[in-house]
Every structure is written in structure tokens, then in C-alpha cells.
Design a protein around this ligand. Sequence first.
Ligand SMILES: [Zn+2]
Length: 286
Amino acid sequence: MKPSELAPPKAANLFHKATQLIQEIHGVCRFPINVDEMAKGAAELFQWKDPITDIIPVSLDGFEGMLAGNDERSKWMIAYNDSLTSNGRIRFTKAHELGHYMLHRDRQERFMCSKEDMLAWDEGKNIEAEADKFASHLLMPIDDFRQQFNGDINFDVFSHCADRYQVSLTAAILKWLSYTEEKAVLIVSKDGYMDWASSSNAAKKSGAYFKTKGNVIEVPEGTLASSTDIQEDRNGRGVPARKWFEHADSNADLTEMKIFSKQYDCTMTVLLLPKFLDCWKPKEWD
Ligand SMILES: [Zn+2]
């Protein structure tokens, strides 16, 4: 089995089969996944001769993580930026680099990965998106993840997932967005401007998305996100859909929820749209 022959979810699944086996034998909880143990045990598990031998924090200017082989590529090292303070982000970075090891190490001897690379989940078929997909499947297996959602969608359930899998709140929300049939949007903003945003497929299809890459987009007035009085509303409240999406085809409200992250000095907003809502600009007829 060559690394390049594996699909990211399949590669992650191989690990889960192994951990399930361990769980059955020892009766221990599978979560949170022990990334270090998996990374260092991968070569033995798959009978490869080039193991990951070190996982260390180093000073990586401008990068979150790195996978590097020695000259003979007989062993590999995972490094993560020593300035990272969030346990969730460190774990995701390690899992992402393990993804490169599992899937791409026959193509390159060194992988340098930025913060943007860690958020490239739905950017089609490139190695960064594949490593993210692998990390997402490894840390938050879809079957278990879905089981956590059997009631209302709010920041409490996202926080519960972040705790359960020891990932960042962002990673837990992106995971949910990757499969949900809800029309939902995550927006991370700073000082009244969007830093980045991500939409579920259903939201994208109805025109509810923000192109933040290369664009300066202000957080619209009259929204919960723009309010300086309300720093947090974990359950969300009704906000006119047109405040966020000027072409929304109805006067309906969407549900907007918000938290403020002191650690990153940013506001996280989740919008839940009514299923029927369409946000495309109406076509102009001749
Ligand atoms: Zn990468």
C-alpha cells in the first residue's frame, strides 16, 4: 500500500479500526484520539520502514506545522509552532501533518503548513485540503460526531464537541458545516470586519456565503455580530435575514448566535437560515 493510493477518509478509518480494537480489548474510551501515539505507531501498524520518530514544538516563523524527513527519508519528524497555545490547534496541526505522512510523503520530503492551510477543508483536490480532511476524520469520526447532534444547534453543542474531541471550537463547527443539510454560515470577525467565513453546501447553493479572500467585508449593521452591547448569545436570536444578505427573498428572520473569544480577540458568529431562504441576487430580465 503506497501513501498516494489512500483517500483521506479511508486512511483515517484505518486508524479507527485499530483504536476500536484497542478499546474492545482494554475497554477504554476512544476519545479524545491520542494523536502522538497514532503518529508514532503508524509505521508499525502499516508495516512501513520509515517511522515518525519525533513530535516536537519548534520556532516556525509564519507556519503552524511541518513534516520533514531525514536525508535518506528513513524517518520523519512532525513539528508544530511553539507559539501555539491552544491544545485543540496543536492537536489539529499534528493530525494534519500525520495526514501528509499517510498520504503524500512519497511526493515530497518536507511539508511546511500555514494557518490558511489548516482551514483549507473544502478547497477541492490539493494536498492541504486532503491533509485537513484526514485530520478532521481522524479527530472527529463522522458517525460519532453526528450522534452528538440530536437537539438544538447552538454554541453549547459545538463546545461539547470541542471538549469531547479536544479540538478547537472552529474545527468542531467546520466539521458540522462539512456535512450538515442545514443552511448555515460561520463568520469569524475582528474589529467589525470579517476575517474569514465558511458556509455549508446548502447555504452556498442558495447564495449565502461571503468571499473574504482578497476582499474587505464589513460586518453588517443591525446584526448581533456588530453589536457592542451584546458580547455573547450562545443560543442565538432572530435577526432579519436581509441584514446579512441584502438579496434574501423574504422578510424572514434567520437565527444568529455569537460568542467572543478573548484568546484570539475575535467574534465567532453562526447563522442558521430558514430552509426555504434564497439569497441570490435576482437575475435582471431584458
Ligand atoms: Zn499541510
